[in-house]
Structures are given as structure tokens and as C-alpha cells.
Design a protein around this ligand. Sequence first.
Ligand code: UT7
Length: 322
Amino acid sequence: MYSKITGTGSYLPEKVMTNKDLEKIVDTTDEWIFERTGIKKRHVVTDEKTSELAVEAAKLALEMAGKTAEDLDLIIVATTTSDLIFPSTACLVQERLDNHGAAAFDVQAVCTGFVYALATADKFIKSGTHKCALVIGAETISRLLDWNDRGTCVLFGDGAGAVILEASEEPGILSTHLHADGKYKDLLKVDSPDMSSSEYERVKQGEVYLTMKGNEVFRMAVNTLGRIVDETLEANNMQKSDVDWLVPHQANIRIINATAKKLKVSTDHVVITVHEHGNTSAASIPLALDVAVRDGRIKRGETLLLEGFGGGFTWGSALIKF
Ligand code: UT7
């Protein structure tokens, strides 16, 4: 028994912020941002919540899979920016989709969240207990940004990506690899808000925000993602040349290029969306996947390597026969 991706979908909020827009807010330039990160623009919410972005991505994934919400028996949302402390964003998505009874819960592994959620759904399906899962990565990370900190506010954007994962006798997800090391918890984090008011209100008031030691995160990301490429291929007895597409977390074009080099894959076989989306945390991998599926680059039967790295630190990969 395998789990197979039968549909993908994604959604971006309408509002776009270009590097030029950011020049008016912090001491930065379009040239610096593009050269150091590859980012040109990002989408940001005005007042949309994470669950709203997630639902739009989910509807498109369901449509591609030829499924309705009633068919789902599992809903997992990877997010760091849930609408509420509870109920989970997965339950809010479930309500909006009009599904009743599927298991629904959130996964929090920051930028690696989607890989964690996909691995979890894959194991539910392979165990035979569930047959049709909706797996979403959705974030409104702009709510957590300090718009006075040029070292972080230029990097992130909002969005959502989703996949439908179904039980299948044909290979789909070949393997998943998840890791974390809490020793690095302070290098990239958002302090907990005061629980006396709702998290969303506190965040809106700018009382909590994301902090990052960019340089140190960068070094760790490059080394760790290089290692996970080897681990994933070895586990499947595969060669680098067996991978058709690298679908990486979109944090920084320089990190993506370093991983592509390690994998010896040419950049035209790497899905790159960082220039248009920025770093959308848990949404970045499923967003990139959906873009390349819908524009016809990724085709059925091809082998995909998904990989991510984020706060925690967490990191992970999935090797997929699409
Ligand atoms: O998704 C989770 C994982 N996150 C990541 O993987 C992010 C990893 N880190 C990075 O992508 C990079 O470290 C950054 C893009 C955040 C920063 O790039 P960098 O090449 O590591 O720059 P830096 O932090 O070493 O800063 C170099 C200079 C500094 O100035 P001084 O001290 O040399 O005078 C910064 O103050 O660039 C300055 N700087 C900026 N200048 C213009 C930092 N941010 C900006 C900015 N505009 N936005």
C-alpha cells in the first residue's frame, strides 16, 4: 500500500509587496534583497486568516483529484500562524469545507511543517486506517514580522498550498525523512505571546515577532539539506540522476542553488518560486509543487525530491513518484 498525490492546489493573497515597496519602509534596496535572497516580491494578507488561504488551496486540490470534501477522512494543516490558539486550523478548514467526521489536526514544524504533515498523512494511509487525506501548508507569517527589522521583514510572504493524498497500489510517496534538533531553538523563533489576550490580537499589536540569526541559519540550512539529500537517496537505493525534480523550501535562492549543486541537478530541474513568493514557511513547498504541476513542468511518473529546513531546527525530505 502506498499513498499517492492525486491533486494539488495553491492560493496567494491578492496584495503584493515588491522590494521597491519595502525600500519605503526599511533601509534596504531592491538590489540587496534580490542579490542576497533571490526575492523580487511577496504576497501578504490584509485581513485574511490562515484558514481562509488554506481553504482556497484545498478546493483546487480537491478539484484536481476529482474528490469532494466528503471523501476526506484526514485533514492535516501545517502552520505556525494558526487563526486561533485552538481549535486547530485544520478544524476551521474542515468546517469551511463542510466535512464532518474526518480526523483533523495541525502540525507545527515551521518551514519544515509541510514535509512533517505529508509524512504523517503517508503513515496514516500506509497503515490502512485512512484512505483520503488533505494535507495543507498555510501561513500568514507577515503577521509575525517586525517591519522595522530589515534583516527579516524582507524575507517572508503569505500563502497556502495543498495536496490530496490517496491510498494507492502504485508507488507514490517512496520515503519520508524527518529530523529536529531543539539545541538551535534560539536562532530562529517567535516568543510566546501573553495568553491574557488572543494570540492574533497580541500579534497585531506588534508585541511578538520573528527573530532570526540569519547567517547561522543559512550555514546550518546549507549543510543539513546537503546531508538529507544523501540520506534520502541511500534509503531508496537511488542515484542523484534518478531525481527528475527538486522541489525545495523557498527560503533563499543561494540555499536552493547549494542543494541543487549537491544533487547535481541543473537549475532547470529545480522548482523556484522564491522570486515571486518569498519565504512562505510551511506553504512554500506545496505552493512550488502546485505551480510546477499546473504549468506542466512536473509530469506523472516523475521522481520528485521535496526538502525543507526551518525553526527548531527542523528538517525533512520526501521522495515521491508523482
Ligand atoms: O525558512 C527558514 C530558514 N531561513 C533561512 O534559511 C534564512 C537563512 N538566512 C539567509 O537567507 C541570509 O542569512 C539572509 C538573507 C537573512 C541574510 O543574508 P546574509 O548574506 O547572511 O547577510 P548578513 O546577515 O550577513 O548581513 C550582511 C549585511 C549586514 O550589514 P553589515 O553588518 O555588513 O554592515 C546587514 O546589516 O547586510 C545587511 N543587511 C541588509 N542590507 C540591506 C541585512 N538585511 C539587509 C537588507 N537590506 N534587507
